[in-house]
Design a protein around this ligand. Structure first.
Ligand code: CTP
Ligand code: ZN
Length: 158
């Protein structure tokens, strides 16, 4: 039995996000918009041994099947993550996360004069993915760049 399984039991139905870089489980929950107030049973496993990553985090959400549109955004902060959809205790689907070409709505531009930050006429912030490893995003409106650290910082403060 694996160490992670000694900490948290298997789930019956839901989503297991595995192979998250160690220490990023909270950021994964934030990016998914899961606060704990929705009522789902949520388990966080942090800093357990992984053959592939050395150390990893795991997030388990019981009772909720997350679709690719919801989970692909995880690639911003955890590109190694694997998504496991569980039904009747069995993993019925396993997939990787993949950044879309354009990241819309999740992050805000760093440039205070960017049109996406105008107070009274909100425009959805949109970024083009210019690099995947390391992640680099560029605002489609003003060209400002967001680095991996910028992204992690925004998600954890938001
Ligand atoms: N899992 C769970 N509840 C289940 C089934 C699986 O919590 N009913 C968890 C496992 O503990 C593991 C992840 O989902 O963290 C993936 O399960 P599985 O595919 O069985 O594990 P591995 O084969 O080790 O996965 P991989 O090949 O992706 O490393
Ligand atoms: Zn901008």
């Amino acid at each position: 039995m694996k160490n992670s399984e000694l900490l948290v039991r298997k789930i019956r139905e839901g989503t297991v996000i595995d192979h998250i870089p160690a220490g990023r489980a909270l950021a994964v929950l934030k990016i998914l918009g899961i606060t704990g107030r929705e009522g789902y049973k949520v388990a966080l496993v942090m800093n357990v041994e992984s053959r592939k990553l050395g150390r990893k985090d795991i997030v388990k959400v019981e009772g909720r099947m997350l679709n690719p549109r919801e989970t692909d955004i995880i690639a911003l902060i955890a590109p190694t993550a694997t998504i496991n959809i569980v039904k009747d205790y069995v993993v019925v689907e396993k997939r990787r996360v993949e950044l879309p070409e354009i990241v819309a709505g999740v992050l805000k531009c760093k440039n205070p004069t960017c049109i996406s930050r105008k107070e009274n006429e909100p425009i959805e912030p949109k970024f083009r993915v210019v690099s995947r490893s390391p992640v680099k995003l560029q605002c489609i409106y003003c060209g400002s760049m967001l680095s991996e650290e910028d992204i992690l910082e925004q998600i954890l403060e938001g």
